[in-house]
Design a protein around this ligand. Sequence first.
Ligand SMILES: Cc1cc2nc3c(=O)[nH]c(=O)nc-3n(C[C@H](O)[C@H](O)[C@H](O)COP(=O)(O)O)c2cc1C
Length: 363
Amino acid sequence: MSSTFGTLFRISTFGESHCAGVGVIVDGYPPGMSLTEADVQTQLDRRRPGQSTLTTDRDEADKVSILSGVENGKTLGTPIAMFVANRDQRPADYKSMRKIPRPSHADYTYQMKYGIRASSGGGRSSARETIGRVAAGALAEKYLTEAFGVEIVAWVDSVGDIAAPMVDVQHIRREQVDSSTVRCPDPDTADLMMTRIAAVKDENDSIGGVVTCVCRNLPTGWGEPVFDKCEAKLAQAMLSIPATKGFEIGSGFAGTMLRGSEHNDPFVQKDARLGTVTNYSGGVQGGITNGEPIIFRVAFKPPATIGKAQQTADFEGQDSLLEAKGRHDPCVVPRAVPIVEAMAALVLADLALRQKARAASQT
Ligand SMILES: Cc1cc2nc3c(=O)[nH]c(=O)nc-3n(C[C@H](O)[C@H](O)[C@H](O)COP(=O)(O)O)c2cc1C
């Protein structure tokens, strides 16, 4: 089920970038919860294109409609369908790319796999597919916040070789992240990042970056060893986002430079629970949350569609020069922030329901 994610909190996304619209069906959402479109719209607004000069100029309002599963502002426990119309398509922009697959995009592989592909836009491989994830993620996050007090905050940690200084993961808030359009909470670094993205855009080129995410106030016990370990589900969720190239949790790859004596997280009594002094584990041990914040990082490549001329080959194998037309993101990380938060919320809500079901079956 390649467009379905989750076990008890299950979502199925649908839609191509240039069809009538995109959306999601959420199954397993608890009944009796208050829910309106406004609860979903905030995160969609943070994801939408055209929100600043740093993103694609495609101008979509991305207004969500809830089609089912909610009556008089309360969830019914039945599938919740949400829909967002596609309005600002320009199929003509994709004319040159019908014959020439974009290097490092999904045109070639979709064509080879299905023998056909959406005639314009990226189809399912487009970032428009992530609208369904962000809408469903807003529901997941609402449940996590109301039931457990969980907080999820992601931010742009680096753009190219410009990296932000260490962030206070215990206290970072979305308002700080959104204080700059690039979504880096450190103002000086944010300025450097915005200047770099603008310069890259002027050169008809693109640039990559890293999004870091913290999930706070988690109870112990979420995660289903061995194949559905918490970090395994997070890795799958994050690497399913278009343009991702890497995932690391806690100390990640840098942890390999340390000795066990430096890297271990010693236990200490914290309020009513056993906590850890350090958090190189990133909040997960043995695939199960240990009550410390989950901290992970996601690497995004420079987006593939660039106006700069590239020597490549067309579908027939003929040498070709591609100067991609259209409106594209010079750097995806500012818009990826709410997508990363949404996927984290979807993983955690599913694991929360699975732990609840396990606990109920054990009593
Ligand atoms: C928020 C966001 C915006 C994106 N915008 C673009 C874009 O404007 N142009 C582009 O070529 N790729 C863009 N991408 C990435 C492509 O969707 C992706 O690279 C492509 O589908 C190939 O998949 P892969 O990179 O995961 O292999 C975007 C990704 C995200 C997360």
